[in-house]
Write a protein that binds this ligand. Sequence first.
Ligand code: PGA
Length: 250
Amino acid sequence: MRTPLIAGNWKMHMTVNEAVELAGAVARLSSDARDREVMIAPPYTALFEVARALEGSNVLLSSQNVCWEEKGAFTGEISPVMLKDIGCSMAIIGHSERRHVFGEDNKMVNKRILGAQKFGMVPVFCIGETLDEREAGHTFKVLESQVREGLVGVEISDPATIVVAYEPVWAIGTGKTATVVQAQEVHAFVRELLAGMYQKNVASEIRILYGGSVNPENVDALMSEEDVDGALVGGAALKPELFDRIIHFQ
Ligand code: PGA
């Protein structure tokens, strides 16, 4: 049984006070969420205070990235040890904006995943093809190399130690969502790939989230698909009334 995970990626939004307020709202909205998990990923500057605001709630806390080293000369980076220290248990890694705006490649994504796991954080490993890649018929090839290269040397014996998020780049922040058929097709493909890389009973339990313009109107249909185990939500995660409906998908 894969417990659905609804994750909010706040990106570069929210001052500390705004973040604490929104986190409080998410904690309240999630208090009745028994058969699903809720996670939020505020910006680094707000993580410490948000961790305090979430105490006693069942909302999980994630960073939006993580370095692979514990400490050292890595200006601008934050280590897994620092994040765990403030109560952050998950880390989004390889988000399309990291890949496409900041030039992170599969190799760097792999290092970050290894680093997160080494220090006991759960990576939310993002993959996704661009519109050009999809139109050229390269979707599966691109996703396969992202998965294989991103997971080099990554051992997964417990499916709870990693989450995969499929986010077609052309659907992020654009209002265009993949159809449920497109999403399911990719999720099934990714699960099959994982089944070839890890023990079958482990691969079948790894959660694969869908991300890209998830909203109250499309969440129910997406979540009804067999291999869609949750959502990674950007824009709609900043609005409590929208996120509320997404958390309470049917
Ligand atoms: P969006 O972002 O929901 O605003 O499309 C999703 C994401 O980038 O994680």
